[in-house]
Design a protein around this ligand. Structure first.
Ligand code: ARG
Ligand code: ZN
Length: 411
């Protein structure tokens, strides 16, 4: 609507130097021929600017009305029982707001990322590259491989100061499930805070961070272009495409909570690591030393889940993970009151074998492992509205800090 107004005003040649202070816009609905005729009488007066043409009975017209005649206008309509609605209180204010929205958006664009909208895959990678260029001593960006459709799977390594002795690494991935958009958004926020907010420099003093914001870029782009609720990868099948990458890891693969039916949303793939994306991730994890914590970001449900997920049994250090989970929850909930359920994957949510969390602990021997289910929202739960991104990522970052401090002290 605002765009329409500004465009219309520009079209009428009215924007330059003219102020619309106090001008109001009404939507008016003539329901009879007579009412239509009454409105027609106003059309010739310069005090009434018809933004849409007076058409036929039953079609609303939009009229901008100068301040000095608003009272008379309203009583004229009331007298003739013409239905109306005020749509813009003050046109000038609307124009100014639109302008400043664009300028701040523009200004921010040049300095980097904002968390008022979700990013496309290319934008995510562009942000990582930009950080590597502007912070070469702190940041390196590495491609761990290409997706099935040949998109670069890029991760960022944030590492300050000396590497001797090596620091414990916190590894975070996101977006293994395509539709869970808030997950990559949080990964990016963590990156943003660690690299671009000097207040958080202490968090990379004793820890190295490796963050892969988009494990399933093909699926992610597919949710932008074709099907907002797509979860799987995009590798072609016989009947249906895609595989649930979080059922595709080679640790008790297909033993529980996974399907061998291609069209299922939890299809585990033809075999373990059938997907190039999970292969790329696993190869990277196997060759990377010192990973002490592995966090995989999902949505939704507000859970912090620790292994095991393939069986209803808790991992050996579950008490430590349970305590840390509660500490993270405490820090998160202190921000806006968002609370989490903490527990073993299977008992708390459901059994599901072949997920990245179990594999990291069971095969890669990482001891601090969580599947983090972020808050939901929107119509489907996965489509958390952009206005809520900032609130969620900010509160969640408090949990990330608690995790970081724990790892720095105890690993
Ligand atoms: N919502 C996640 C999924 O379905 C939960 C995974 C929990 N971990 C597990 N190993 N079951 O993939
Ligand atoms: Zn998920």
């Amino acid at each position: 609507m605002r765009v329409v107004i500004v465009t219309l005003l520009a079209f009428l040649g009215l924007t330059t130097g003219t102020s619309y202070e106090g001008f109001k816009v009404y939507k008016v609905l003539p329901k009879t021929e007579l009412q239509n005729a009454y409105l027609q009488e106003l059309e010739s007066s310069p005090d009434f600017d018809f933004w849409s043409k007076l058409n036929k009975v039953g079609a609303p017209v939009v009229i901008m009305v100068a301040p000095n005649v608003q009272k008379a206008f309203e009583s004229y309509l009331t007298r003739h029982e013409i239905e109306f609605e005020l749509t813009i209180e003050n046109v000038e204010r609307t124009i100014q707001a639109e302008k400043s929205y664009h300028t701040t958006r523009q200004a921010r664009k040049s300095t980097g990322i904002t968390f008022d909208h979700y990013l496309r895959h290319d934008e995510i990678n562009a942000y990582l590259t930009q950080l590597a260029q502007t912070n070469p001593s702190l940041v390196t960006v590495e491609t761990i491989g290409q997706s099935y459709q040949n998109r670069s799977m890029n991760l960022i390594r944030i590492s300050s100061g000396t590497t001797n002795p090596p620091k414990p690494v916190i590894f975070i991935d996101a977006g293994i499930h395509a539709r869970e958009w808030i997950a990559p958004a949080l990964a990016l926020y963590v990156i943003n805070q660690l690299v671009e907010n000097p207040e958080n420099s202490n968090l990379s003093k004793d820890i190295d961070w490796i963050i892969l914001p988009s494990v399933n870029p093909d699926g992610y782009e597919y949710t932008w272009t074709t099907n907002r609720l797509w979860r799987k990868t995009i590798s072609p099948g016989l009947v249906c495409d895609g595989c649930d990458a979080n059922r595709n890891f080679d640790f008790h693969w297909m033993e529980s909570g996974a399907s061998n039916w291609e069209c299922s949303d939890t299809y585990a793939g033809k075999k373990a690591f059938s997907e190039i994306e999970t292969q790329n991730l696993k190869n990277y994890l196997l060759k990377t030393p010192n990973i002490e914590a592995y966090i995989t970001l999902h949505s939704y449900g507000q859970y912090l889940l620790y292994p095991w997920g393939y069986i209803d049994k808790l991992c050996d250090n579950w008490k430590e993970l349970d305590q840390l989970g509660h500490d993270m929850d405490k820090a998160i909930s202190a921000v806006n009151g968002t609370t989490y359920t903490i527990g073993g994957s299977t008992a708390t949510l459901y059994a599901a074998a072949g997920a990245s969390d179990d594999w990291s602990m069971g095969v890669r021997n990482v001891s601090i492992v969580y599947t983090w289910e972020l808050p939901g929202g929107g119509t489907y739960g996965f489509d958390l509205p952009p206005e809520r991104i900032e609130g969620v990522v900010k509160e969640s970052f408090e949990g990330v800090k608690v995790l970081a401090n724990f790892v720095a002290k105890n690993r």
